[in-house]
Design a protein around this ligand. Structure first.
Ligand SMILES: [Mn+2]
Length: 424
């Protein structure tokens, strides 16, 4: 499959050269023409010409091809935010969604995916990827049902591919998904944010973690913290007992090797989400935490479809992770970007989520967006957890208002970088 992929790439390069005269006459039409044919392979090449010679009259096309701003949406049954509201932000053109009622290991049918896609498209938005198709505990623990669950995962990917969906986010975290100790910490301006305190984590019984945050969910079901899952938490800890980081790497490789053929066939980019926070918690190993670990993962299953979600807020929980230089080192393998900011307090032992704006937190957001621009990032990008502001009642981190501000801010950074670069 890899060989076929390379052959296709060569064929398209040849075609680009053959079509040079046409491209020279109207480079923007050239991009449009190829966009519909095989955009993954030729767009980077076409863009070089496009950037060099496109006029301002074609600014509309420029917007469409250079960055796809999206927002996470949990589906009409679960999300407090509607597709109509998302569309009216104007900054957001597509959503990243999921079949939220599916258990890990369960098959997603072609019809169910089509119906989700139709629902999104009926509101004038596009479905730009899935976050997440969850990986079952049997896969993560090499349990008895591992191969059965991998077969279902492969069929799900096939059904996504048939529906023209080419990006799937997932994670490989044991027991807990992302971990926070507070879901509504007040900030001086009266907004509330999610926060993490190492001192609190060190002092609590992890099996009681769910009870301690359940009251702050605003009546929503938070991804990774589903009550059914948390009810089994003691069993989950038992399942992962004795698991080492090397075990997790081996099991991730087993999973990736099994799914790469279907990803090659349907051109599906797998984008693993980092562990959050990016270190081990409650004695459970966590592996997707740093550049060397990502490189180990990419090398063990060396396929461009084996890539990552660059989540600034998750990698950034560890101040040793230099976010812009990580982005530059991962060129070509970042398939999805979550862009958000954090505020560190008390050294590195406590952090809280901040507004996306650089000056509200600890990250240089301009440098993060600039690095994504510089590597020619083409996947969907989205604002990540937002603060709760203006009295909104929503799933913590996933209200409309602050994420819309985040989207507007990232679009502003992107446009200014693009125009500054164009003047060079
Ligand atoms: Mn994220």
């Amino acid at each position: 499959m890899i060989k076929l992929h390379t052959t296709l790439r060569v064929v398209f390069i040849v075609e680009i050269i053959l079509n040079c005269a046409y491209a020279h006459e109207n480079p923007c039409n050239f991009v449009m023409y190829y966009h519909g044919v095989y955009h993954e392979q030729i767009l980077p090449l076409a863009k070089l010409r496009f950037r060099a010679s496109c006029t301002t009259a074609n600014a509309e096309l420029l917007k469409e091809f250079f960055m796809k701003m999206t927002m996470r949406w949990f589906g009409s049954k679960y999300d407090t935010v509607t597709l109509k509201q998302i569309r009216q932000t104007a900054y957001v053109k597509g959503v990243i969604s999921t079949l939220y009622n599916k258990m890990p290991g369960e098959l997603w049918t072609e019809e169910e995916i089509k119906s989700l896609k139709n629902e999104v498209e009926a509101e004038g938005l596009t479905l730009d990827g899935i976050e997440s198709v969850n990986v079952s505990d049997a896969i993560k623990t090499a349990g008895a049902d591992r191969d059965k669950d991998i077969d279902a995962y492969i069929k799900t990917l096939e059904n996504l591919g048939k529906n023209d969906i080419h990006m799937v986010c997932y994670n490989f975290m044991p027991v807990f998904d992302w971990t926070r100790t507070e879901l509504a910490r007040p900030r001086p301006d009266g907004s509330t944010v999610m926060a993490y305190s190492q001192k609190t984590v060190d002092s609590i019984d992890p099996t009681k973690m769910f009870d301690s945050i359940a009251n702050d969910m605003n009546g929503t079901v938070m991804p990774g913290w589903e009550p059914e899952r948390m009810a089994k938490i003691k069993d989950l800890f038992k399942m992962y007992e004795g698991t080492t980081a090397d075990d997790l790497f081996d099991r991730l490789k087993y999973f990736l090797d099994a799914i790469m053929p279907v990803c090659d066939k349907y051109d599906i980019n797998m984008a693993i989400h980092p562990d959050d926070p990016s270190w081990s918690v409650f004695g459970l190993p966590r592996i997707i935490t740093s550049l060397p670990n990502i490189q180990r993962m990419m090398k063990m299953t060396d396929n461009p479809h084996n890539g990552i979600t660059f989540c600034a807020g998750s990698y950034g929980t560890n101040p040793d992770n230099d976010l812009p230089s990580m982005i530059r080192a991962l060129k070509g393998r970042i398939h999805f970007a979550h862009v958000r900011n954090l505020q560190f307090n008390d050294g590195r032992n406590d952090f809280e989520e901040a507004a996306h704006l650089s000056s509200d937190g600890s990250f240089d957001m301009y440098e993060i967006v600039k690095a994504l621009y510089d590597i020619g990032f083409e996947g969907p990008i989205r604002p990540d957890h937002g603060r709760m502001i203006w009295g909104e009642k929503a799933m913590p981190g996933y209200g409309l208002y602050d994420r819309a501000l985040g989207a507007a801010y990232i679009c502003g950074l992107w446009e200014s970088i693009e125009k500054a670069e164009g003047r060079k």
